[in-house]
Structures are given as structure tokens and as C-alpha cells.
Design a protein around this ligand. Structure first.
Ligand code: PLP
Length: 397
């Protein structure tokens, strides 16, 4: 067998994918691990894409996206955030993943350090390593409401630190950063001359609080705010998202797209345009379902005395499973009780002992899944339950 890049081969596979692969094709499994809406893409978006294909949108587009799509993004940023963004600051990408990975690659030299959240979405680690950078995890502590602590971040900045990655609303925690924190984080990266990659792909899935995009405060093009059609419009398979960044960063990201993907698929770009410019009541309806699922899940967990964090945004509940090894716990839950969920350790060392339940499933699946989880937690000895300090940081039990 020929030798392959050790940079790539040593990147760990996502633990969420591992569970998904094990659960795939099994009809008897309650699926609470998935991080994608189970809704179909709204029909007006599908129709617009079909029309676009018939009208000849079957070719390469400019690397940074079709002009009309970049304009639709600007109009959306004005409508939803009151921001005046020029199309030159928009890069249409292959999902949020495409935006984050290009921005990281454009920002770092080999050996530079990237600060990523712990717990945090596992792909940040993978993308930083593949970009030749050194990922360094900053803690999100329950006692601090799982929000980044600026003093702690400051203590981690060294001569090789180039990028701070933040994620609000958060996967897996469901936190929504207060606007003052978002502003403070932009100040922080300015002070330390870093680039802020602000992953905001769940920006439209908010139950409480206000989401303020980091590009609101960007003084000099050092913020890359990342958005996606995937979660907002149930479009995970269309692979389309976008970033708002400084013009030079957008030029470099577009050049990288030439190298790796050329451009986001033209029909998907036209679907994104229709999604952004069209009626938004489909988003509200989907959010309402997630909110009902959140309320149901948190109620069921509370009734069983299982500590968890009630999310203000995104569609996950972070649960203290009281297990020593969450990967083993999740595998056993799947094989013995037929329930798939994400092991906390895949989100970083601070996720050990936790699991993540997704809120996209039907209420009945949630009921069944939480009952099985509760039985497994009881079997694991249920530490956390009856702890004298309860579950700090906004957790409930
Ligand atoms: N960021 C976070 C926090 C996510 O959870 C995901 C997907 O699960 C993404 C980015 C990327 O989504 P996509 O590439 O489908 O837009």
C-alpha cells in the first residue's frame, strides 16, 4: 500500500459519523444523533433550483459565487441584521464547512496555532490539523455558563496564535452568546491581532436571547462570519453556505475554492438565493418544532433527574450521562437499547461523561430515546444525579 499523508491519516474520524454509520440502514434504531433537519427542503426552494437548472445554471460560476447570490446575501444581512455589506465581502461556499476550512487555510502558516472550543464541533480540530496548524482547545466551563472566558483566552495567546474560532449558537451546547460577549471577542482579536472565525450556521435557530453576528463589530476585516443554508432551510445535502469577511480574505478564499472545489454548485447557489429572498415562515415553522422538542426533551430529562443544559439556540441538548467513557456508553446504548446519540468525548476532552441528543426527531422518538437513555444512565451509576451542587452553568436536573 502506498504511503499516505500522515497529517491526514492521523486526523481522528468524527465520533458522530461513527455512530451514524453504525445506525445507518437499521430500521429499529431511534435516531437522536443526527445533526440535520429531518424536514424536506421547502418546495419553493426546490422549484427555484429546478427552474435554474432548466435555465442553464449547470456550469461553473465565479469562484466566490454568482453575483445575484452574493447580492441576495447582502440583502439578507441588511434585512436580518441591519448591516450594509458589499458583495465583495461575500464568498459563497460549499456549506459552512467550505467557508470555515478555506478561511482557516487562508489564515495560517504551518505550525500556527488555532484556538478552538472544548467542547466544540469536532470538525474544527480536523480542519485545523489538515491546514497544517496546531489546534489548541480553550475550555467552555459549565460554571461560566459554557461561554468563553476572555482571561483564559488571553492566557492561551502566544506568538504563533493566528485564529480564534467561536461558535454561537453552539453545537453541541446550545449557548447563544450575549451581544456584549460577541463585541468583546471582536475587541479581543483586534487587540491580539488574530482572525476571528465566527461559526454562526445556527443563527436562525434561536429560542431565547438575541443572536448578534460578529461582523457587526468588525473594525478592519478580521472577522469571518460563517452562515449556511443547511440548518436554516433544511438543505444539508445541497452543500451551500457563505462567509462574510474582509475583501482580501474573500479574494483568498475564492482562490482556494478554485484549487479545491472551483465554486459552490450552481443549482445550489440558485436554491440559496431563492431561500434567502423568499418567504421565511418555513424557518419559523421548523424552529417551532425544534422548540417543542427542546421543551419535551428537557422536561423528560428533568423528570428523570438527569442533568442537562437547556439550549437557547441550535438543536441539541447537552446531557450529563454520568459515564466514564461516553464513546463506549453511546455504542452500548446503540447495540443494547437501539438508541443512537453523539458521545460527548467527540467534542473534546471536556465532553467526556456527556452525550448530545439532537432535537430534529419526532416527539415519539425523543420519548423512547430519553427513556432508554435514563435506563442506561441509571445503569452507569448515575453520578451527577443528586449531586449537592446540582448542575452548574445553566444546567437543569
Ligand atoms: N458548524 C457547525 C457548528 C455545525 O454543526 C455544522 C454542521 O453540522 C457546520 C458548521 C457545517 O454545516 P454545513 O457545512 O452543512 O453548512
Amino acid at each position: 500500500m502506498p504511503r499516505l499523508s500522515s497529517t491526514v491519516t492521523r486526523v481522528p474520524q468524527s465520533g458522530i459519523r461513527r455512530i451514524m454509520n453504525l445506525a445507518a440502514g437499521r430500521q429499529d434504531v431511534v435516531r437522536l444523533e443526527v445533526g440535520e433537519p429531518l424536514f424536506s427542503t421547502p418546495s419553493h426552494i426546490v422549484e427555484a433550483a429546478v427552474r435554474a437548472v432548466r435555465d442553464g445554471y449547470t456550469r461553473y460560476t465565479p469562484n466566490a459565487g454568482l453575483p445575484s447570490v452574493r447580492e441576495a446575501v447582502c440583502a439578507r444581512m441588511h434585512r436580518d441584521y441591519g448591516l450594509e455589506i458589499r458583495p465583495e465581502r461575500v464568498c459563497v461556499t460549499v456549506g459552512g464547512v467550505g467557508a470555515i476550512s478555506s478561511a482557516l487555510r487562508a489564515a495560517v502558516e504551518a505550525g500556527d496555532e488555532v484556538l478552538i472550543p472544548d467542547p466544540g464541533w469536532p470538525n474544527y480540530y480536523m480542519m485545523a490539523v489538515v491546514a497544517g496548524a496546531v489546534p489548541r482547545r480553550y475550555p467552555l466551563r459549565p460554571e461560566n455558563g459554557y461561554l468563553p472566558d476572555l482571561d483564559e483566552l488571553r492566557s492561551m495567546v502566544g506568538p504563533r496564535t493566528r485564529v480564534l474560532v467561536v461558535n454561537s449558537p453552539s453545537n453541541p451546547l446550545g449557548t447563544v452568546f450575549p451581544p456584549t460577549l460577541v463585541e468583546a471577542l471582536v475587541d479581543f482579536v483586534s487587540t491580539h491581532d488574530l482572525i476571528l472565525i465566527s461559526d454562526e450556521v445556527y443563527d436562525c435557530i434561536i429560542y431565547e436571547g438575541t443572536h448578534r453576528t460578529a461582523c457587526t463589530y468588525d473594525p478592519d476585516g478580521r472577522v469571518v462570519a460563517v452562515f449556511s443554508a443547511s440548518k436554516t432551510y433544511a438543505m444539508t445535502g445541497w452543500r451551500v453556505g457563505y462567509a462574510i469577511a474582509g475583501e482580501e480574505m474573500v479574494r483568498q478564499m475564492a482562490k482556494l475554492q478554485e484549487a479545491y472545489v472551483s465554486c459552490a454548485p450552481a443549482p445550489s447557489q440558485k436554491a440559496l438565493e431563492a431561500a434567502l429572498a423568499g418567504p421565511q415562515d418555513c424557518v419559523e415553522a421548523m424552529c417551532l418544532t425544534y422548540r417543542e422538542n427542546r421543551d419535551l426533551t428537557c422536561r423528560l430529562l428533568a423528570e428523570r433527574g438527569i442533568p442537562h443544559r437547556r439550549p437557547e439556540g441550535a438543536f441539541y441538548v447537552w446531557i450529563e450521562a454520568g459515564c466514564r467513557n461516553s464513546t463506549e456508553f453511546a455504542h452500548r446504548l446503540l447495540t443494547e437499547r437501539g438508541v443512537a446519540l453523539a458521545p460527548g468525548s467527540t467534542f473534546g476532552p471536556r465532553g467526556e461523561g456527556y452525550v448530545r441528543v439532537s432535537l430534529v426527531s419526532a416527539a415519539e422518538a425523543i420519548r423512547e430515546g430519553v427513556a432508554a437513555l435514563a435506563a442506561a444512565v441509571a445503569g452507569a451509576g448515575a453520578p451527577g444525579r443528586g449531586r449537592p451542587d446540582g448542575c452548574p452553568g445553566g444546567c437543569e436536573a
